[in-house]
Design a protein around this ligand. Structure first.
Ligand SMILES: [Zn+2]
Length: 99
């Protein structure tokens, strides 16, 4: 009976070791899959400059003309209407250029 007891125990241990090895192998696979986590981290870090770029694009789209702004016909810079020195034939000149 003792040998009968031992042999199933050994097989149980072997099975346990095998399953443990499989689990460890799967864990190492998952740990190697942590590269995906790193990629997501990179993507998250890339989202910040991407958001900044989108903001720049928005600001660039806004810059050309706003209701209270004008584009100087000499320096081609966008100024606030308070900086409008003169306007001749639709050509607007800022104070800096008119000075
Ligand atoms: Zn100007």
């Amino acid at each position: 009976m003792a040998t009968d007891y031992d042999s199933p125990r050994k097989t149980d241990d072997d099975l346990g070791e095998d399953s443990l090895q499989e689990l460890q192998a799967r864990r190492t696979d998952k740990s190697s899959g942590s590269i995906d986590i790193d990629e997501t981290d990179l993507a998250e870090s890339l989202e910040l400059p991407g958001a900044d770029l989108s903001n720049e694009e928005l600001s660039l789209r806004v810059i050309p003309r706003q209701a209270d702004e004008f584009t100087c016909s000499r320096c081609f810079l966008v100024h606030h209407r308070s900086q409008l020195a003169s306007e001749r034939n639709g050509k607007q000149v800022c104070r800096e250029c008119a000075a």
